[in-house]
Design a protein around this ligand. Structure first.
Ligand code: ADP
Ligand code: MG
Length: 589
């Protein structure tokens, strides 16, 4: 024993080593001080950094402040006013709870705290790195609130100081933390000053969206930002998301927060991208943030020193809520973008994988080979048009001039050919329209399914299935009649169910069919829209399907007559080139 090599570290050394886990760089000081300022209910919170934050990192708030007694204790290890036991984490609403941030800051820097609970009496504490003597409390002056200042970080620990990056980089990290906190707490005003220069002021904002725009976007980009809300059992989420006009080359403007803490949660970042799939060009990323508010009982934030990770009791439920609400939203957004459709009347395209598309594709190609082309009447057979030509004519009359700016006139767009197995070319006045046949067909079917009856087909062999939850059972029970209108007949069979009829031409396998039906639960009051999108998505002709001239021309005219020329996924149905531009391209005048 006496010649053993093990020794207990002196408490001061232990403290300095432990402190390194919490405070590894200036940005960590800013994070912890900001958390405390927010926990104290500050409505104006100011950050000052000098020398990348290592020389000075300070946060000033106008929150509750501390009494003299609390000030004397706050810098001690495990000193916290926020919890009393581990169990309290089940209800803790605060950002802090470990009571180690100020202690860590005091172990690795020179800490100065000034505070007042009422603006009349104020106290100041100064404590040097490693000092264990709380004697330096003096009377001070300040308004209600607290300022916490860390000076000369790591000056007493050269090994750590060497690992800091250049001031500019450290300052950048501090600023990122500042933005993170500001995004999550829009009701407070935030100010950021670097080396004496005011860099950023964010006034109190009415919403997360407003704050997001003020903190991160160009002024002209704000109109493209949207905020939606979703709930699940034990949690809710506010999602701020940019529309299709707003995207970036990287994920730097994508954020995940839970109970006010920014998380590096890859799955939830993916949910943001997944839910907005199709809105943005390939290889680009949306701009946005999901803010989850979860019952502390259902999440553990005590698994990472910087609280950058959390463990959720049911991550799948959160992921699903985020994805499906974003999907609904994406489609509503694209439909309403031209102002033609009411945002509340919109849809979700359901989730169909490439395999089901392939499946449909092959189905249609086969039939087109036999018939030598599909008539538009046949394509739209679900509820045939009166006459397509008439319809197009009417749509081009002056008073219903579509949103793309036709000035009317009796002349109809003329079929001018096809391109790349996908596009229908239409000529009208001085423009050439290039129409995506799949998207156009999908949109027409969608409108038809939504306005006309959906043809139903009894199944020779009913599909039996059972659900995984009582919620699903209840949903099916409650919506049975509504589902029947959507051409889905279901019957309860003891503890399980069976599907007795489906829309005509339904082509998915049993499991996918059941999934598509249960998926409607997420659409809530937009069930009909989602189902119409699902059906049109499945039923539309695919790229490469050969249409005869007449059918192609009819489809082209119908597409151009659409008031909102976007497919249910939100992609535009056509693009155009002006004669002038073509002439210019070959230097004609
Ligand atoms: P924790 O936040 O985990 O409780 P800290 O070490 O960050 O631990 O802070 C210790 C205590 O000091 C807090 O619980 C709080 O009571 C008090 N405190 C710290 N900063 C502030 C502040 N800005 N305003 C009021 N009280 C504060
Ligand atoms: Mg704290």
């Amino acid at each position: 024993m006496s010649n053993g090599r093990i020794q207990i570290l002196p408490p001061e050394e232990a403290r300095r080593i432990a402190a390194g886990e919490v405070i590894d760089r200036p940005a960590a000081l800013i994070r912890e001080f900001l958390d405390n300022a927010i926990d104290a209910g500050g409505s104006l919170i100011e950050v000052f950094i000098e020398g990348g934050g290592a020389k000075r990192a300070e946060v000033i708030d106008n929150g509750d402040g501390m009494s003299r007694d609390d000030l004397a204790l706050c810098w001690e290890t495990h000193a916290t006013s926020k919890i009393r036991s581990l169990e309290d984490l089940n209800t803790a609403e605060t950002l802090g709870f470990r009571g180690e941030a100020l202690a860590a800051a005091a172990a690795v820097s020179r800490l100065e705290i000034a505070t007042s609970t009422d603006g009349r009496e104020a106290w100041k504490l100064e404590i040097g790195p490693g000092e264990r003597n709380p004697a330096h409390i003096t009377q001070s002056r300040r308004t209600k609130g607290t300022s916490v200042r860390a000076l000369d970080l790591f000056d007493s620990i050269p090994a750590r100081k060497r690992f800091l990056k250049r001031d500019g980089s450290e300052a950048g990290l501090c600023r990122q933390i500042f933005i993170d906190k500001a995004l999550a707490f829009p009701a407070a005003a935030f100010r950021y000053t670097q080396d004496g220069n005011p860099k950023c002021f964010l006034p109190a904002a009415a919403s997360k969206k407003e704050r997001f725009a003020a903190a991160l976007l160009q002024p002209n980009e704000e109109i493209f930002l949207h905020e939606i809300h979703t709930t699940g059992s034990g949690f809710s989420a506010d999602i701020v998301i940019g529309g299709s006009e707003l995207y970036r080359a990287d994920r730097r403007q994508l954020f995940v927060f839970a109970n006010g803490r920014r998380l590096s949660d890859f799955a939830l970042l993916q949910a943001l991208e997944y839910g907005t799939q199709g809105l943005f060009p390939n290889g680009t990323h949306p701009v946005g943030a999901v803010f989850i508010a979860i019952d502390p009982k259902l999440a553990d934030f005590n698994i990472h020193p910087a609280k950058r990770e959390a463990r959720f009791a049911d991550p799948g439920a959160i992921h699903h809520a985020v994805t499906s609400s974003l999907r609904d939203f994406s489609h509503r957004l694209s439909l309403s973008r031209s102002g033609a459709a009411d945002i509340s009347e919109s849809i979700d395209a359901g989730n169909f994988d490439e395999k089901s598309f392939q499946h449909l594709h092959s189905g249609y190609s086969a039939s087109s080979e036999i018939s030598g082309g599909l008539a538009l009447e046949a394509l739209l057979e679900k509820a045939p048009l009166k006459t397509i030509a008439e319809n197009a004519g009417v749509s081009f009359a002056a008073e219903t001039a579509p949103s793309y700016g036709f000035s009317g006139g009796s002349e109809a767009p003329r079929f001018a050919g096809r391109a790349f197995g996908l596009f229908i070319l239409m000529e009208y006045a001085d423009r050439l329209f290039i129409i995506d046949q799949h998207a156009a067909h999908e949109r027409l079917l969608y409108d038809r399914f939504l306005t006309g009856p959906i043809p139903k087909q009894e199944l020779l062999v009913p599909i039996p299935f059972s659900t995984e939850s009582n919620t699903d059972d209840r949903f099916l029970e409650e919506k049975k009649a509504e589902l029947a209108v959507l051409a889905i007949d279901i019957e309860r069979d003891g503890t399980s169910w069976r599907i007795e009829a489906l829309p005509a031409d339904w082509r998915l396998g049993d499991a996918e069919t059941v999934r598509a039906i249960l998926d409607l639960r997420g659409a809530r009051e937009n069930m009909a829209e989602r189902w119409a999108a699902t059906l049109s998505c499945h039923g539309a002709i695919r790229d490469g399907t050969w249409l005869d001239d007449k059918t192609a021309a009819d489809l082209g005219r119908e597409a151009l007559a659409l008031r909102d020329p976007h497919c249910p996924h939100g992609r535009p149905i056509w693009t155009e080139i002006r004669r002038e531009a073509l002439f210019q391209a070959v230097r004609r005048s």
